[in-house]
Design a protein around this ligand. Structure first.
Ligand code: SF4
Length: 430
C-alpha cells in the first residue's frame, strides 16, 4: 500500500501560486499554445530573477516557474503582466484551460483553422462570470486534423472536425455520440454545455469535479437536455497522435523544429538561449506542446535547421531516438513535499532501459514521487512509485494502481528492466 497523498483539486496559476518544497510555483497564462519568442526569453529572465531558474513545461502545455520567493512575488507578477502573460483575474486564469493543436492556424494539413476557435472560446469563458464556477481542472481540447495531433483523452469537452465542414463536440465518458454543429455555432454551444455541467454538478461538486464523472453517473441525457441540445452518432478519430515532433520537420510548405528538455524541465539559460536563437533566425513565435516539448515554426528549412543545431549544442533533445524522451518524472524530492524520494536523478540512468519498451507515444517509464502520479495519468509500460526511498513497480498501469513488485532498490529495478540476454524479453512481466 503506497503512502497517502493529498489531492489539492487545483493547479497553480500566477494569481493563485502554490507552495512547493522549493518555493512558490507560478504559471504564466499561455492561451492556445502560442507564445512569442521574446516572451519565452522574458519568462527565462523572470525565472532567474524571482525564482530558482527552473521552469517546467506541463502536460497541459503550460509553463511553470519554480522557486519564486514570497518577498518577490509581487514584482514577479508585475513583470509577468508586462510580458502580456498575466490573466485579468484569478477566475479567468483558472478556468481558461484549452489544449490546442501546436500548429494551430499555420498547419496547411489541418482540416480547419483552430486559432479563431481557441481565441473565441477563451474570450467567451473569460467574459461570462457564471462560467468561472467551472472546476479548476476542467479542460477543453481542440483537434484540427493536422500534422501534430494532441491526445484529447483527458479533456472534459473536445472539439473535432466532422463531415461537411461541421464540428463535433465530444464529452468525456461518452464514446460514440457528440453534438454536431456548424463552425459559427461551436463556441456558443460549448459554453452552453459548460453552463449545464456547472448546474448539474452543484448537487455534489467534489464527486462531479470532471465531466467523465457526471456522464458515468447520470449518462449524458440530463446534460444534453439542460443545454437544449441533441446528440448524433460520432466517434472521434484517435489514430492521429504524432510522436515525431522532435527535430526538423515539414508539413506542406511549413518547416518547424521540435525541442524538448528531459521530462519537461528547462533551466533559464536554455530558454533564454532558445529565445535568442529563434529571434536571430527570424522565428518569432514558439508553440508549447502537451508532450513537454517546444515547437518552433520557421520561415524556411534553413532556419529550422539552425534552431535544431543550436538546441543540440545546449544539450536539449532534438532526436526522437534520444533515450531521455522515453521517461517522464514528476519533480519529486526535495521540490515536492509529498514525495517519498528523488525522481529526476534516476532519469539518465534508467532512460536507455526505458526506451526498449516505449509505448506508442514514445514513453516507456514513469517515475512518480508518490502514488498521486502528477506527471502522467495515462497507462505506461512501467511505472515506478517512490515509497520510503524505495520503488514500487506497476506494469501497464498508472501510479495509483496496485504494484506488482514492491520495496525495490534501484539496482533491483535495473535488473528487472534489463532484457533477458537469452529470451531478449525486455522484462519478465511485459
Ligand atoms: S506525484 Fe510527484 S509531484 Fe505529484 S504529489 Fe506526488 S511527489 Fe509530488
Amino acid at each position: 500500500m503506497s503512502p497517502k497523498y493529498e489531492i489539492k483539486g487545483w493547479c497553480p496559476t500566477a494569481l493563485r501560486p502554490m507552495e512547493s518544497g522549493d518555493g512558490l510555483l507560478i504559471r504564466p497564462k499561455v492561451i492556445g499554445a502560442r507564445i512569442d519568442a521574446a516572451q519565452l526569453g522574458a519568462i527565462a529572465s523572470l525565472a532567474n530573477t524571482f525564482g530558482n531558474g527552473l521552469i517546467d513545461l506541463t502536460q497541459r502545455a503550460q509553463l511553470q516557474i519554480r522557486g519564486v520567493r514570497s518577498s518577490t512575488l509581487k514584482d514577479a507578477l508585475l513583470t509577468l503582466r508586462d510580458t502580456g502573460l498575466l490573466a485579468t483575474s484569478s477566475g479567468v486564469e483558472h478556468i481558461v484551460n484549452i489544449l490546442a493543436p501546436p500548429l494551430a492556424g499555420i498547419d496547411p494539413s489541418a482540416i480547419f483553422d483552430s486559432n479563431y476557435l481557441v481565441s473565441d472560446l477563451s474570450a467567451g469563458l473569460s467574459r461570462d462570470v457564471a462560467l468561472h464556477e467551472l472546476p479548476a481542472k476542467f479542460l477543453f481540447a481542440v483537434v484540427d486534423g493536422g500534422a501534430l495531433q494532441i491526445d484529447f483523452s483527458e479533456a472534459d469537452i473536445s472539439i473535432h472536425p466532422a463531415s461537411e465542414g461541421r464540428l463535433a463536440l465530444c464529452l468525456a465518458g461518452l464514446e460514440d455520440a457528440a453534438i454536431i454543429v456548424s463552425r459559427n455555432e461551436v463556441v456558443a454551444t460549448t459554453l452552453r454545455l459548460a453552463k449545464a455541467y456547472i448546474e448539474l454538478r452543484a448537487v455534489n461538486p467534489f464527486d462531479l469535479r470532471r465531466m467523465r464523472r457526471l456522464t458515468r453517473l447520470t449518462g449524458a441525457a440530463p446534460l444534453i437536455e439542460k443545454a437544449g441540445l441533441e446528440l448524433s452518432r460520432f466517434t472521434p478519430s484517435r489514430s492521429g497522435e504524432r510522436i515525431d515532433y522532435l527535430g526538423v520537420h515539414t508539413t506542406g510548405d511549413l518547416a518547424y523544429t521540435g525541442v524538448a528538455a528531459s521530462s519537461g524541465r528547462w533551466n533559464s539559460e536554455e530558454l533564454s538561449e532558445l529565445s535568442k536563437l529563434a529571434i536571430l533566425h527570424g522565428l518569432n513565435e514558439a508553440r508549447l506542446t502537451p508532450w513537454r516539448a517546444i515547437v518552433f515554426p520557421a520561415p524556411d528549412l534553413a532556419s529550422a535547421i539552425q534552431i535544431e543545431t543550436g538546441a543540440k549544442a545546449l544539450g536539449l533533445i532534438v532526436d526522437p531516438n534520444d533515450p531521455r524522451r522515453s521517461v517522464v518524472a514528476c519533480p519529486g524530492a526535495p521540490e515536492c513535499s509529498q514525495s517519498q524520494g528523488e525522481t529526476r536523478r534516476h532519469i539518465e540512468r534508467l532512460a536507455p532501459l526505458a526506451r526498449r519498451f516505449a509505448g506508442s507515444d514514445g514513453i516507456g517509464l514513469h517515475i512518480s514521487g508518490c502514488g498521486k502520479g502528477c506527471a502522467r495519468q495515462k497507462s505506461t509500460p512501467v511505472t515506478l512509485v517512490l515509497d520510503g526511498g524505495r520503488f514500487n513497480l506497476v506494469y501497464d498501469g498508472v501510479a495509483q494502481d496496485k504494484p506488482t513488485q514492491s520495496n525495490l532498490t534501484l539496482m533491483e529495478v535495473e535488473k528487472i528492466m534489463t532484457p533477458n540476454p537469452r529470451t531478449k524479453a525486455p522484462c519478465p512481466a511485459i
